[in-house]
Design a protein around this ligand. Sequence first.
Ligand SMILES: N[C@@H](CCC(=O)N[C@@H](CS)C(=O)NCC(=O)O)C(=O)O
Length: 218
Amino acid sequence: MLKIYGADLSTPANKVRFVANALGLKYEYIRISIREKENQKPEYLKIHPAGKIPAINDDGFILFESNAIIRYLTCKQKSDLYPQDLKQRSLIDQWMDFASLHVAAAMNKVVFNRLFAPVIGVPVDEQSLNDGLKFLHRFLPVVDNQVGKEGLFAGKDLSLADFSLLAALDAADVVQIDLAAHKNIVKWRNTMQQKDFYTKCYRNYGEVLQKMMAAAPK
Ligand SMILES: N[C@@H](CCC(=O)N[C@@H](CS)C(=O)NCC(=O)O)C(=O)O
């Protein structure tokens, strides 16, 4: 059976679970604790040589990088989430890359500094935090405009681009990124978060964060 190696607070790993759920795949979800350094154990380094999450093992075929994984799973199922048509596919790739390389990259700076740095006891990097906020200020209006055109991120049909954006913005509320000014994003995100592929994982990222905090050793 397909194995997905992830962690509940890892947005790229959750993206893989959302897509696997949307495709109706059966899989075993294997939690790798970064806090416990399980990602640096020799067994896991055989799966991902840099000890990153997520990765999959599909009957012996090992793959990492969330976007490569979701493309693989979707192509294997011949799903319309990533259609065959070259131009449609390229537009989906364009917005997937935009979500990952710009939106998620900016979010990661904010998430690290506002959420994880205090937990792991490292100083907040104000420069990095401000860069993240500045880039979000620049990119979110672009995303809002794009989502407003036809209701979804890469047009009128649900695609892998929506999953990439959903994961990129998943932690927005817990790091006080107020999306209210971006009405199209808010509407799109509310719809996405009510879909079965999402609710099979959790109600929202804040819920899983609270559970993890409650369970963490004091
Ligand atoms: N570009 C990668 C990002 C993977 C990544 O940075 N994962 C984080 C968790 S969200 C991780 O493994 N961190 C542990 C580490 O860097 O040692 C993807 O989309 O799969």
